[in-house]
Design a protein around this ligand. Sequence first.
Ligand code: 5GP
Ligand code: ZN
Length: 115
Amino acid sequence: MGCLFCNIIEGKTPSKKVFENDRVYAFHDINPQAPVHILVVHKTHTKDIEETSADRAHIFSDLFEGVKEVAKLTGIAEKGYRVIINNGPAGGQIIWHMHVHVLGGKDNMGPMMAK
Ligand code: 5GP
Ligand code: ZN
């Protein structure tokens, strides 16, 4: 079956690409929760935050460099935006390839959590 996001990175599953470099790939979420909703994934398959380690801390800096590029390219950098990682079942993670949600395109992203 394989990993959906690995398949997207490899181009086996289509996606709307926003940004790519040798380390990360960013694309539009299929079910956007805001006017701008982009997913940033690392090209190294990592399941979740627990699967990272200090010697692979570059994964986070690579992802956040990607977030900055995405914010710039989609025009949300200046106004501001929200970054979310859903981690593990209780965190709402449904795709087991760690990813960063970049949400923006509104004047105010509203309360951090639904009550
Ligand atoms: P999670 O809940 O794991 O943090 O988020 C997974 C995200 O992946 C969801 O926002 C969902 O809409 C998105 N997603 C699921 N399947 C696909 C797909 O095939 N293509 C794209 N572009 N996004 C997907
Ligand atoms: Zn993967």
